[in-house]
Design a protein around this ligand. Structure first.
Ligand code: GDP
Length: 175
């Protein structure tokens, strides 16, 4: 089960996606409220915990960040182990990060359980003017692959809370 003890329900969530799409920024923004314009590449495996109340229930989200391993377009199996939710991030101003999504989905298929891992596609950096991927394209891709979908800006905070909340809600609804 998912540890149904209401007092201590913890969900493991992963951030994945290409380098520099904003994974660490989204995590920091969601958990600390901070936005750091000159963020250094992630060093070392790291995760942060965020407490939320969902449907009157106390939930802890343990959200893991990739430690820069994603530069090699692959992560270690232990990173994926036990994940109930995955946030797959691309940058709406970099088409290559969108076309690269399939390789991430292939890897997810190998390492996570198809039926019990909920996936959220996130198009980040909507505050920037130089968009290369339209919202509609993201939405279509997500529909085809049965992913939840949202666009965000880690800079303005637009959609950030919503992304993690929707994912957590969906996980709690998944048998
Ligand atoms: P990661 O490698 O996927 O973890 O990406 P980072 O979080 O390190 O972000 C890469 C760069 O993009 C950093 O300079 C961030 O400040 C910047 N960045 C991240 N999210 C946004 C966003 O939503 N809008 C803008 N304008 N910049 C962002």
């Amino acid at each position: 089960g998912r540890g149904m003890d209401a007092a201590s329900l913890t969900l493991k969530l992963l951030l994945i996606g290409d380098s520099a799409v904003g994974k660490s920024s989204l995590l920091l923004r969601f958990t600390d409220g901070a936005f750091e314009p000159s963020l250094k590449p992630t060093i070392g495996v790291d995760f942060k915990v965020k407490k939320m109340v969902i449907d009157g229930r106390a939930v802890q989200l343990a959200i893991w960040d990739t430690a820069g391993q994603e530069r090699f377009r692959t992560l270690t199996p232990s990173y994926y182990r036990g994940a109930q939710g995955v946030v797959l991030v691309y940058d709406v101003t970099r088409k290559d990060t969108f076309t690269g999504l399939d390789s991430w989905l292939n890897e997810l298929e190998i390492y996570t359980s198809k039926n019990s891992t909920v996936k959220m596609l996130v198009g980040n950096k909507t505050d920037k003017p130089d968009r290369e991927v339209e919202r509609k394209e993201g939405l279509q891709f997500a529909r085809k692959r049965s992913l939840l979908f949202i666009e965000t800006s880690a800079k303005t905070l637009d959609g950030v809370q919503h992304a993690f909340e929707e994912l957590a809600i969906k996980i709690l609804q998944t048998p």
